[in-house]
Design a protein around this ligand. Structure first.
Ligand code: NCD
Length: 315
């Protein structure tokens, strides 16, 4: 079963294969009718136990462009409120005959648990502060394709902000380094994981000391909902030291790029309006997210190994 649960489980070759497949999907998305029958008859269920706008809609759009049927499980109106366990929910949906679960959950490791209870493919759409592999794939895709390259060799990428609570940071560190980038983590000590010494990164506390020497600034949301009190003195102080301000944007090198996974906290980590940053890739991240998730769903679910279903338009 081709699960997509973490970047390390994928490894460099499968990452590169998925990025190449995403090029095919981006071509489909540029057609007047952006839809192919590749996953006709397959069913993808979104199982989101945490709030989400872009990830859930991005997966649903991706599934529909490949003609899969989609089911949407919403915790607020489900039997979870009658005390049904995650296992019973997964087994019930599996009995209906689904082919993939797209899962978001506040606890790390849930996609691995679910894989033990179902025969369907499991795609991790974010588990606690652990992994968010499709975000990392779409970010790697966005950087490489904006530079007409296949990998990230020679690039210096700074991930800035609340690393401690960020599954995006964990997946991106693995994906970016697997593709050859040099990764810097820029954060106050309180917003770093307790142990980062084994991570393949350089840790920096002074944002201003690196802002002019990086190729990509990857800004993270300050995750107030995961934060116990006291990790930052105040939002204003956080912004002063770690926010992307107009003054810092002015110091970036001319071809440096800015990314953010969304949702953004304007005035906290994004003090400058991203529309005013020449090198902003933030809109491209969202657009590319659909193509990359199409690649992931196709790779996990397609029966035709020759990819011929990608050529034909859906009728
Ligand atoms: C991220 C997430 O939920 O992990 N957002 C996303 O998927 N686009 C990052 C975040 O919430 O800060």
């Amino acid at each position: 079963m081709r699960h997509v649960r973490s970047i390390s489980e994928l490894g460099r070759d499968r990452i590169l294969g998925l990025l190449n497949l995403a090029d095919r999907m981006a071509e489909i998305n540029s057609r007047p009718v952006p839809k192919v029958p590749a996953l006709r008859g397959r069913t993808v269920v979104s199982l989101f136990y945490e709030d989400s706008t872009r990830t859930r809609l991005s997966f649903e759009t991706a599934a529909r462009r490949l003609s899969a049927d989609t089911m949407n499980f919403s915790v607020s109106s489900s039997s979870v409120n009658k005390g049904e366990s995650l296992r019973d929910t997964v087994e019930t949906i599996t009995d209906m005959g689904v082919d993939a679960f797209v899962v978001r959950h506040k606890s790390a490791g849930v996609p691995w648990q679910i894989a033990q209870w179902t025969t369907a493919a499991v795609i991790n759409a974010g588990d606690g502060a652990h992994q968010h592999p499709t975000q990392a794939l779409l970010d790697a895709y966005t950087i490489t394709r904006s530079r007409n390259s296949q990998d990230l060799a020679g690039l210096r990428v700074a991930i800035v902000g609340d690393i401690r609570h960020s599954r995006v940071a964990r997946s991106n560190v693995e994906a970016f380094t697997a593709l050859g980038a040099e990764v810097l983590l820029v954060a106050p000590p309180t917003l770093l994981p307790p142990v980062v010494s084994h991570w393949p990164v350089e840790v920096v506390h002074d944002f201003d000391s690196v802002v002019d020497s990086v190729d990509v600034l990857y800004m993270l949301r300050l995750q107030a909902e995961r934060m116990n009190q006291g990790l930052v003195p105040s939002l204003a102080e956080y912004s002063t030291h770690y926010g992307l301000t107009p003054r810092r944007v002015a110091r970036m090198s001319v071809d440096a790029q800015v990314m953010h996974p969304g949702p953004m906290n304007r005035g906290v980590e994004m003090v400058v309006d991203p529309a005013e940053i020449r090198g902003s890739l933030i809109h491209r991240q969202v657009t590319n997210g659909v193509a990359v998730r199409m690649a992931v769903l196709f790779d996990s679910l397609a029966v035709e190994p020759d990819h011929s279903a990608l050529r034909e338009e859906a009728r």
